[in-house]
Design a protein around this ligand. Structure first.
Ligand SMILES: C[S@@+](CC[C@H](N)C(=O)[O-])C[C@H]1O[C@@H](n2cnc3c(N)ncnc32)[C@H](O)[C@@H]1O
Length: 248
């Protein structure tokens, strides 16, 4: 089993799972959203947890972004791959940060135009249950080799202690709050759409818990949630969170 299509998420509106154009498809959604919100083309952006597959980068390329992009990704191999891809396609200044979100926060700028992340929350939860070796094993070549059994077993372990899981979800949500406090962004866009890989392998837990975290962030910044409806672009708008000037 194998390729991007297998690990892709089902966001609907025209995408046929199995189609190898998944990266472009998701990139195009991001492009439309950047256009909708008039993202600052020369601005300073922070992307969290890109993995090694260029999705947001494709959207930024189509949009003509040429500012400064901080890329926060703790997995060495993924960061190297995405940095190389971004350097090739984006006329932007790429600033890779090899760190988890928690460790990256103090070194990020105190004012940014936008924070962006595609489907980060399930992996941020899962990552908290892995030691260094397990983390690298799970996320190295994630898209080529991640097996449903390995993922199912990890999430079975995660759910075996509900109170610990609740604390971990709170920790992830708190890190996003700290990120927002630190960088005072004008715009935040996080997608956490349902995963085709999880759905087709009957692994509902990551989608459920990641959505809880997304909603936790949503509730905290409810006054800043954008009222522009994304239903023209995505199948389930509630799985996308857009905040405007959350600290105002
Ligand atoms: C496999 S990618 C999937 C999401 C990716 N944006 C996409 O759309 O395909 C998720 C990445 O999250 C990273 N990650 C896990 N925990 C993290 C954390 N606490 N902070 C930042 N990144 C994290 C992993 O290293 C992994 O490369």
């Amino acid at each position: 089993m194998s390729n991007i299509a297998d690990t892709c998420e089902s966001v609907g509106l025209g995408y046929i799972p199995g189609n190898n154009n998944w990266k472009s498809y998701v990139g195009n959604i991001w492009y439309k959203i950047f256009s909708q919100y008039n993202l600052e083309k020369k601005g300073t952006l922070v992307e969290i947890a890109p993995g090694s597959v260029n999705k947001i980068g494709n959207g930024l390329k189509s949009y003509g972004f040429n500012g400064k992009l901080y890329v926060v990704e703790p997995n060495t191999k993924s960061l190297a791959t995405i940095q190389e891809q971004y350097s090739q396609i984006l006329p932007a200044c790429i600033r890779p940060i090899k760190a988890t979100l928690k460790k990256a926060i103090p070194i990020l700028p105190e004012k940014v135009h936008a924070i962006i992340a595609n489907h980060p929350l399930d992996d941020m939860i899962a990552g908290k249950y892995l030691d260094k070796i397990g983390f690298d094993e799970f996320f190295d070549d994630h898209y080529d080799s991640v097996s449903p059994d390995k993922t199912r077993e990890l999430w079975r372990r995660i759910e075996s202690d509900p109170s610990q899981l609740q604390a971990v979800k709170q920790e992830v949500s708190d890190e996003w709050n700290q990120l927002i406090e630190r960088t005072n962004p004008c715009l935040i866009i996080i997608s956490q759409y349902e995963s085709y890989f999880f759905r087709s392998n009957n692994i509902p837990s990551p989608d459920k818990h990641a959505f809880d975290v997304l909603n936790e962030i949503r509730i905290r910044y409810s006054n800043s949630e954008s009222n522009i409806c994304l239903e023209e672009y995505v199948e389930n708008p509630s799985r996308w969170l857009v905040l405007e000037n959350p600290l105002k």
